[in-house]
Design a protein around this ligand. Structure first.
Ligand code: UN1
Length: 505
């Protein structure tokens, strides 16, 4: 059963009267209809929100980390309770199928669990000192206000990767969501505030301003990035946007975590399990209608299996259920908007000028959802990897190129400016290890026998080159949200200097 938008927002604890306005429309990609229009924060309001977040950080950093973890545990509970509603809202506002909307909320729950455990594991090293009677150690301290910029395609999970870690690390968070997906942000904020209220009922004191939501367009985000009190900017989106953020942050020497464009490839080697490869390719290439930063965009298929695999893929593509993402049987929902559709068509035309053979890519009309931009995902057989393939087009286009030599396939994998995710299908361990080695894939993620998309939260997520170099989510990504203090303690009765320097006074 699907609920209408107002019932959904109310059940998620949102009071729309607080947000209604005339600046930022939330348009459902399903049918192109406006679900609500929100008011943008003006410059003074943005400043006030950052003021509050900064004041909150000064209090929150004093709360012991395991207590901070308790707030995230409660937030994880709210997400569990409201998974169905929030998942549905993600579908309505981002257009991804319900399974993926729910998956996105699950990803938030997972990172909360991770962060709760982490709240008791924020440890530094003890290091051997070269001086007698001395001890060296590291402590990790909160860094301040973390400014999060998130994209429409993962409108809530990516904020959660950042925020769950930042909160247990003792930081406060200001969040500027994509202007295409303000409602999911408003709902997530409401759920977080529910957790704060419960936390405070049990004798805690989460300061007001710990989580601030900033609604607005580009200039609102720019103001947040420029504000000196924002100690870390974590931005997800296009390489173009990331470069602008990086320039501003470099000027004021503040930290960034950048998670930008991807142009992810898979190599299918002669020994690959083709049944598994077919499933992995299809999910990675057409899932989220090709609008993940980890989407499979380039497929390198060994000459010996090309004529078996590629016709098989075309057959699957021809039958993919495209339609309303709220319906259970749908696997491919709409593109986010007309601009995405136009970008896709332009890229397909460009591929033709490179002698690409285009399969699919046409607009599909969905009854009752005529205003949505639905497309048949496209396969483009290319004679070689051309310059057009170096660009990330946020739509379901998968280029396929034949290869004969694995070294050449790896070189093609690495040839593009982006370096987010990559994968190989092979049962030959030499090939698998080579692909993951220092002379293999140059991406932040290199998988074997799974596709490039759909990473778990436990690993560090991010990539190299034009992808921006940042890491979010699992492993030791938390360190980016803290500052390291190196402490040398002298418990002896003399004062030897490091490097054996003699300095007698
Ligand atoms: C994104 O597209 O910005 O690995 C994030 C994946 C998801 C996250 C994608 N867990 O595909």
């Amino acid at each position: 059963m699907t609920k209408d938008i107002n019932t959904l927002l109310t059940s998620l604890g949102v009071n729309m009267a607080d947000y209604q306005g005339q600046d930022i429309p939330s348009v459902s990609p399903i049918n192109g209809q406006t679900m609500a229009t929100l008011r943008a924060d003006n410059a003074a309001e943005v400043t006030a929100k950052i003021d509050r977040a900064h004041a909150a950080y000064l209090q929150w950093r004093k709360v012991p980390a395991p207590r901070r973890g308790e707030l995230i545990r409660l937030f994880g509970e709210e997400l569990r309770t409201h998974k169905a509603e929030l998942g549905q809202l993600v579908t309505l506002e981002a257009g991804k199928i319900l399974q993926e909307g729910l998956g996105e909320v699950q990803e938030m729950i997972d990172i909360c669990d991770f962060a709760v455990g982490l709240s008791r594991q924020l440890y530094g090293l003890t290091i051997a000192s070269e001086r007698p009677g001395h001890r060296m150690m590291e402590q990790w301290h909160p860094v301040g206000v973390v400014g999060v910029i998130s994209a429409f395609n993962f409108p809530v999970a990516v904020w959660a990767w950042n925020a769950a870690l930042a909160f247990v690390c003792g930081d406060s968070v200001t969040w500027k969501p994509s202007e295409k997906t303000p409602l999911t942000a408003v709902a997530t904020h409401a759920l977080f505030m529910k957790a704060v209220a419960r936390f405070n009922l049990t004798g805690n004191d989460a300061p007001a301003g710990l989580a601030e939501l900033i609604i607005g367009a580009r200039e609102t985000g720019a103001q947040m990035v420029e504000d000196k009190r924002v100690a870390l900017v974590s931005a997800t989106g296009s390489t173009r946007m990331g470069r602008q953020v990086a320039e501003v942050c470099a000027k004021r020497l503040t930290r960034t975590i950048l998670e930008l464009g991807g142009n992810n490839a898979m190599i299918v080697a002669p020994s690959a399990d083709l049944e598994m490869a077919v499933r992995a390719i299809t999910f990675s290439a057409v899932g989220t209608a090709g609008q993940r930063c980890t989407t499979l965009r380039r497929l390198f298929v060994h000459d010996s299996i090309y004529d078996t695999l590629v016709p098989r893929l075309k057959k699957i593509y021809a039958g993919l259920p495209i339609g309303n993402p709220l319906e259970k049987t749908t696997l491919i929902g709409p593109l986010v908007d007309q601009a995405a559709f136009d970008g896709m068509q332009k890229a397909l035309e460009a591929a033709k000028t490179d002698q690409g053979q285009v399969f699919g890519g046409e607009r599909v009309t969905v009854a009752g959802a005529e205003g949505g931009y639905y497309v048949r995902p496209s396969i483009v057989e290319m004679p070689s990897q051309t310059e057009h393939m170096h660009h990330e087009v946020f739509a379901p286009i998968m280029y396929i190129v034949r290869y004969t030599d694995l070294q050449h396939a790896i070189a093609m994998n690495n040839e593009v400016p982006q370096g987010l995710s990559s994968s190989i299908f092979t049962t030959d361990m030499r090939e698998a290890e080579l692909f993951m080695s220092d002379v293999g894939s140059d991406c932040g993620i290199a998988n074997v026998n799974i596709g490039p998309s759909g990473a778990e939260i436990g690993g560090a997520f991010g990539g190299e080159k034009d992808t921006g170099g940042g890491r979010e989510s699992g492993s030791d990504s938390w360190k980016a949200y803290m500052r390291r203090s190196t402490n040398t303690v002298n418990y002896s009765h003399s004062l030897p200097l490091a490097q054996g320097i003699s300095f007698d006074i």
